[in-house]
Design a protein around this ligand. Structure first.
Ligand SMILES: [Zn+2]
Length: 193
């Protein structure tokens, strides 16, 4: 819940689609989350979850060696979009990290929260948690414990007691459905969360 002016969902949906279109080609996957996905009447911001496309090159390292260099195409695109004024850094609280960017969509005036999924985080977990509501996500994380799992660094791990030992391995959850299936927690459609 933010203090931003609220926009009727139908408009917010269109704005979210427009912002998504600016980055879709540099994402393995990108989805709308938050109140727009929950079909709330109004939305205070545009919340997106994205898995960036990464590109790795092998480049010379000294005379005889090579090394791998990885470029994050989504971060590069954000640089371009902000430089071109198609997206703006948030005017009062700008954030542009590897996993989270807080931006402003100049067309709608809406805040854009972009959550970027990089290992060890798993897409399904981040999509579920960022869909909210805050209360549902909190409930879900607690419910995971009851079902013998825990959430750490955006990934699902086995064991209701949390990361008690070294070597907690993330359970692959490429989609939200995988999270429900793995934990056995009853599925709730986004608009009822
Ligand atoms: Zn763990």
């Amino acid at each position: 819940v933010s203090d931003n002016p609220r926009v009727a969902r139908l408009y917010a949906e269109i704005y979210a689609e427009d912002v998504t279109a600016l980055i879709a080609d540099v994402c393995e996957r990108v989805d709308v989350a938050g109140s727009i996905r929950r079909e709330s009447e109004t939305a205070g911001d545009i919340e997106l979850v994205a898995a960036p496309k990464l590109e790795t090159w092998v480049v010379p390292d000294g005379m005889f060696d090579t090394k791998e260099v990885t470029a994050n195409l989504l971060l590069n695109r954000l640089d371009e979009l902000v430089a071109g004024g198609e997206l703006l850094d948030h005017p009062t609280d700008p954030k542009r990290g590897e996993r989270y960017a807080k931006l402003l969509d100049p067309k709608s005036g809406m805040q854009v929260d972009l959550f970027m999924v990089l290992p060890p985080a798993e897409y399904g977990v981040i999509h579920l948690i960022r869909t909210g509501s805050a209360r549902y996500s909190e409930w879900f994380v607690t419910e995971c414990r009851r079902h013998g799992y825990h959430v750490k660094d955006g990934a699902l791990h086995k064991g209701g007691l949390g990361c008690v030992a070294q070597g907690c391995e993330a359970i692959p959850t490429p989609t939200e459905s995988h999270v429900y299936a793995a934990t056995g927690i009853r599925f709730t459609p986004a608009h009822l969360r």
